[in-house]
Design a protein around this ligand. Structure first.
Ligand code: 5RP
Length: 222
């Protein structure tokens, strides 16, 4: 199976976690695009979606699925999103599609985070994928110096501004042994809007697309 076929498989499998008639949290990316297409085919559709990006909003609306603002809901049953990496505890690196800040906001509303990913995303230790960090422009040199002082190699993602109008710094050379601590630390640096470590908002379940089918990995969040 191709990587895209594996993404389609898990995008469709995630429908089992969606309550018909509910409002669902929707992430961003090529795997989520398959999930959105599957949402549109549900026999009893969702009442609407809270979206994490302009890209997902446009796709949802094209399928006639109502898009609500995050502020219109007080909670969501489930949030479905992809990942760039996921470790054995359900901690993730996200933000390859530059939607990390809104993804974290919508994930925070949900009782359950269902990660959908092809098997290439599963890692023992986070950090092979360059860590995306959304940063206010003024603070970019300062934040990059902090990463360099840690021995990492930060670089501004060329030609990219997020839906919030900020640049992304991608950081190579980090081996993230303690994702909770590093997420907390980077979040405190002035000018950082959001770091793409999802440890506090880690997955409850990962539907992993493999050559032999969908593998369901459940994580203990306590
Ligand atoms: C976007 C993300 C995506 O979930 C992540 O980049 C995975 O994308 P894809 O499903 O295209 O592989 O975090 O900001």
């Amino acid at each position: 199976m191709t990587q895209d076929e594996l993404k389609a498989l898990v995008g469709q499998a995630a429908i089992a976690y969606v309550q018909p008639g509910s409002v669902v949290g929707v992430g961003t990316g090529s795997t989520v695009n398959h999930f959105i297409d599957a949402l549109a085919k549900m026999p009893v559709r969702v009442a609407g979606a809270v979206s994490s990006s302009v890209q997902s909003t446009e796709r949802l609306r094209k399928h006639g699925i109502a898009v609500l603002e995050a502020g219109d809901v007080t909670g969501l049953g489930v949030y479905v999103d992809g990942a760039d990496e996921i470790d054995g505890q359900g901690c993730m690196i996200k933000g390859g599609g530059a939607a990390l800040t809104r993804e974290k906001i919508v994930a925070d509303l949900a009782d359950r985070f269902v990660c959908i990913a092809d098997e290439s995303k599963k890692v023992d230790v986070l950090g092979r994928f360059p860590l995306p960090v959304e940063v206010i422009q003024m603070a970019v040199p300062q934040v990059m110096r902090r990463f360099a002082a840690m021995g990492a190699q930060p670089a501004v993602r060329p030609g990219v501004l997020t839906d919030n109008g900020h640049p992304i710094v991608d950081v190579r050379g980090l081996s993230i042994a303690d994702p909770v601590a590093l997420e907390r630390e980077i979040n405190q640096w002035p000018g950082v809007v959001c770091v793409g470590i999802f440890a506090r908002h880690r997955a409850d379940v990962c539907l992993l697309g493999t050559a032999t089918g969908v593998q369901t990995l459940a994580y203990d969040r306590t």
